[in-house]
Design a protein around this ligand. Structure first.
Ligand SMILES: [Ca+2]
Ligand SMILES: [Ca+2]
Length: 100
């Protein structure tokens, strides 16, 4: 019984350490993302990315426009920023836009 409790306690300690390390890795990744992007990219992503997936869809982008997606200027701008022609704007594409 004592051996079982010791093993159980050791496993709990190990699990706690693993979880702490995991959290530290996530924190570092989050800081890394913020540290290495253009200030304006971070601002735009914070403002426009409604579902917080760090991708800006056309719908999210067009929500910036008063006329929604019917504004040809907004469509043109989205397409110019969207370098790989997929349906999302990424941090990398925003950085390229703001660093041009
Ligand atoms: Ca999004
Ligand atoms: Ca893209």
């Amino acid at each position: 019984m004592r051996l079982f409790i010791n093993t159980y306690t050791s496993m709990l300690k190990l699990l706690t350490i693993i979880l702490a390390l995991n959290n530290a890795v996530f924190a570092c990744e989050a800081l890394n993302i913020i540290d290495h992007h253009h200030r304006r990219s971070i601002k735009v992503m914070d403002r426009v990315d409604i579902n917080n997936d760090r991708l800006i869809t056309e719908i999210e982008f067009f929500s910036l426009s008063k006329s929604g997606g019917n504004n040809p200027k907004m469509i043109k701008r989205f397409n110019r920023i969207n370098l790989d022609n997929d349906q999302f704007l990424t941090y990398r594409e925003l950085d390229a836009w703001f660093n041009r």
